[in-house]
Design a protein around this ligand. Structure first.
Ligand code: FAD
Length: 237
């Protein structure tokens, strides 16, 4: 039977491990054509064999902005069906990607706040890169939770963005050690949110991460008086 899903081939053109156990991959389409996508969307990544047949597949959020000639992904290596195979992927290898999809998107809302933990920063990097490059006017706040300061992904870029763009505020909080860390500590909660945003109801909110975290953040936002009709959620399982 013919498959209706188009799987486009991409070359792995960049691999780095900025934090132990997390890899950033950049994938460049063999035909040179980056698919249209809206920041926040994800794609199914296919591990393919020599014939182009799928061995395993899983969805991953696009971390790059729409202006790049590659798609970037930030993936936690958990030695699972797909990540176990991605661990072995080398520069020059070929993987397959379906077309970007999903309703977890940033559509140029003026007051936008993002809550994510660990690799949950991935879709927000795409959104922030888009916001920053397009010089969108508004107020943008990222609440980014990591275990320790050594687990911060995209730390330098986030710092540079917030330094150069007064509209972007980055709040990083560490949930474990605090040695040498002068930023926020503990999980994101309603008082932390209120500390940085007076009028939570005037913001659209995006939450990305595991389901329990998404539920906790939804409850925290409700406590702050945020408008849950303006809540966008991506639960990773
Ligand atoms: C829309 C969407 C976008 C996603 N985007 C990203 C992304 O940008 N980056 C990313 O890293 N993941 C992302 N995920 C999760 C991703 O799709 C996979 O579920 C994940 O990579 C594990 O796949 P696997 O086949 O390697 O592991 P599996 O074989 O499915 O699982 C192996 C084991 O690892 C455990 N496990 C799975 N995920 C984690 C985790 N995060 N931490 C600890 N243990 C885990 C499972 O419970 C299981 O025990 C996204 C999920 C969705 C639904």
């Amino acid at each position: 039977m013919l498959s209706l899903i188009e799987i486009k081939k991409y070359e792995v053109t960049h691999i780095e491990e900025p934090v132990t156990g997390v890899k950033i991959f950049r994938l460049t389409p063999l035909d040179g054509v980056i698919p249209k996508f809206i920041s926040g969307q994800s794609v199914f990544l296919h591990i393919i064999d020599g014939d182009g047949s799928t061995i395993e597949k899983k969805p991953y959020s696009i971390a790059s902005g729409p202006d790049k000639r590659y798609l970037e992904f930030c993936i936690k290596m958990v030695n699972g069906k797909v990540t176990g195979k991605l661990e072995l992927v080398k520069l020059g290898d070929t993987v397959g990607l379906e077309a970007p999809k999903g309703r977890f998107v940033y559509n140029e809302e003026k007051n936008a706040a993002f809550i994510g933990g660990g690799t949950g920063i991935a879709p927000f990097m795409s959104m922030l890169r888009f916001i920053n490059n397009k010089k969108i006017d508004g107020s943008f706040v990222v609440f980014y939770s990591v275990k320790t300061k050594d687990d911060i992904l995209y730390g330098q870029e986030l710092e540079e963005m917030s330094q150069s763009n007064p509209n972007i505020k980055v709040v990083i909080t560490t949930t474990k050690d605090s040695v040498g860390w002068s930023g926020e500590q503990g999980r994101v909660n309603s008082s932390m949110i209120r500390k940085y945003i007076d009028s939570t109801s005037s913001f659209d909110w995006w939450i990305c991460g595991p389901l329990p975290m998404v539920k906790d953040m939804r409850a925290a936002l409700e406590e702050t008086g945020a408008d849950l009709k303006k809540l966008h959620v991506e639960a990773w399982g």
